[in-house]
Design a binder for this molecule. Sequence first.
Ligand SMILES: [Mg+2]
Length: 167
Amino acid sequence: MGKLLAPNAYVDSIFDITAEGLKDRGLYGVILDIDNTLVATHVKEADEKIIGYIGTLKEKDIKCIIVSNGAKDRVEHFCKPLGIEFVYKALKPLGRGFNTAIEKLGLPPENIAIIGDQLFTDVLGGNLKGIHTILVKPIDLNEPFLIKLKRIFEFPFLRNKNYTDKY
Ligand SMILES: [Mg+2]
């Protein structure tokens, strides 16, 4: 179980990950979480910085897809200005959302990274699928109750970790 909860990297923010760094590691597709990875959970819109960031990844031939456990409305509305495909109600860490995303990306799992803020959904789910896992520090810890509860269980796995990796 310990290994399944260990990400390949810990980064402070999504902006520490570059297209060049991904390609250097043989990664040509990314599965992105929304809540607390790209924006704080209460933020409904993708801001200019995120739109620019995703645009740069795409320009540099990194395929992008959103996989979120969020509801259809939230995910669809958020993704519209990004112009990328998405999977909503993905039930991470279970495989369905990941399988759909891997298929849509059309790449072998070892060439794909999941980027997300939660160990028990993003990292566990990614490791179960054999894709590269990058844990980002959550943007805002003012989260719904159930997620706060999960953070308590994440703590023992994270307490000695520094989010200083750069890609
Ligand atoms: Mg999240």
